[in-house]
Design a protein around this ligand. Structure first.
Ligand code: SD4
Length: 308
């Protein structure tokens, strides 16, 4: 049976984002508007160290943001390595709707944003992000191991940042059965300047197709780009897999091709929804969960299964 409207988001902080999306979905709003509004909640949260304002910086101390948005009809837009804009997801949507392009990066993305009325808001690195960066500078060791419960490492190899700090990926199906998705992040902490992750790459961090379903990812973006992960999940659903099975198979393929991942603490997780509103997830390692919201239950947190 069809189960929509419905919205799901990565991690426990996805619950607050879902509530932002739900305000629109409950009134018959579009999935596209809902996911944009929803992830903005997370972008505005200074306590989240890998999305928006509170993001951890790159090695040079600059916060740079990646975001993408996609509609079920194939329309999409994205920005990467964007500085000084509080809501990269809204700029991604403007790229989709007001430019002939899909992806704008760096300075060009910033100029496009300013030309379309977005305000420059110095992404002054927040005091605790700055303190974390200064601590990191002492060792300057880059360990891109994200959010593994067993290791206790968060982004950038920081003990203690287990659940709270990660990319938000959100997928929604509206009352008319239309799908959309959004993904936004400050990327991996202490990344090289210019590094772009999976989140703004359509097909890697996000993919949506009204005929089938939608998927988005979190974790070490390099592994997701290599595997065209979110596209893979959607294509597996197209072949008849459930959202859970599709996410599991995509994770299994990543680990099969990169056996070394078994021995470090790299985390990658996918969430997916199909066009009937059924949802699922899978992760490389334990510790991942996602938030789901629909009429029956506005605040569900669902633990993902893991491969290792
Ligand atoms: C990236 N996938 O830039 C994002 C960040 C993330 O856990 O989700 N880290 O690679």
């Amino acid at each position: 049976p069809a189960r929509y409207p419905r919205v799901i988001s990565t991690w426990n902080f996805g619950d607050a984002a879902n509530q932002g999306a739900w305000k629109l979905l409950a009134q018959g709003g579009s999935a596209l508007d809902a996911v944009e509004r929803g992830v903005m909640v997370t972008e505005s949260d200074p306590a989240n160290h890998s999305v928006g304002l509170g993001g951890y910086p790159d090695r040079d101390g600059h916060v740079t943001l990646d975001a993408s948005i996609m509609n079920g009809n194939g329309d999409c837009g994205a920005v990467a390595a964007l500085r000084d804009i509080a809501h990269p997801i809204a700029v991604a949507r403007a790229v989709m709707e007001k430019s002939p392009h899909v992806l704008l990066v760096g300075d060009g993305a910033l100029r496009f944003a300013l030309a379309h009325g977005f305000k420059r808001s110095r992404l002054a690195i927040t005091p605790d992000a700055e303190a974390a960066w200064r601590t990191w500078l002492k060792s300057s060791r880059y360990q891109p191991h994200a959010n593994s419960e067993e290791s206790g490492y968060g982004l950038g190899g920081h003990r203690g940042d287990i659940h709270n700090h990660d990319t938000i990926g959100m997928l929604a199906i509206d009352a008319r059965g239309q799908l959309a998705g959004a993904c936004t992040t400050s990327g991996m902490a202490w990344k090289l300047a210019g590094r772009v992750g999976d989140s703004p790459i359509i097909g890697a961090g996000l993919y949506v197709d009204n005929e089938v379903g939608a998927a988005t990812s979190t974790g070490v973006g390099e592994e997701v780009i290599r595997s065209a992960g979110s596209f893979l999940v959607v294509e597996l659903m197209r072949q008849g897999r459930s959202p859970t099975e599709a996410c599991r198979e995509a994770v299994a393929r990543i680990v099969r091709k990169r056996p070394g991942l078994r021995n470090d603490d790299t985390q990658v997780a996918f969430i997916a929804i199909n066009r009937t509103g059924e949802t699922g997830a899978w992760a490389i390692r334990p510790g991942f969960e996602y938030a789901a919201c629909d009429e029956g239950d506005r605040h569900r947190l669902i633990k993902s299964s893991a491969m290792l």
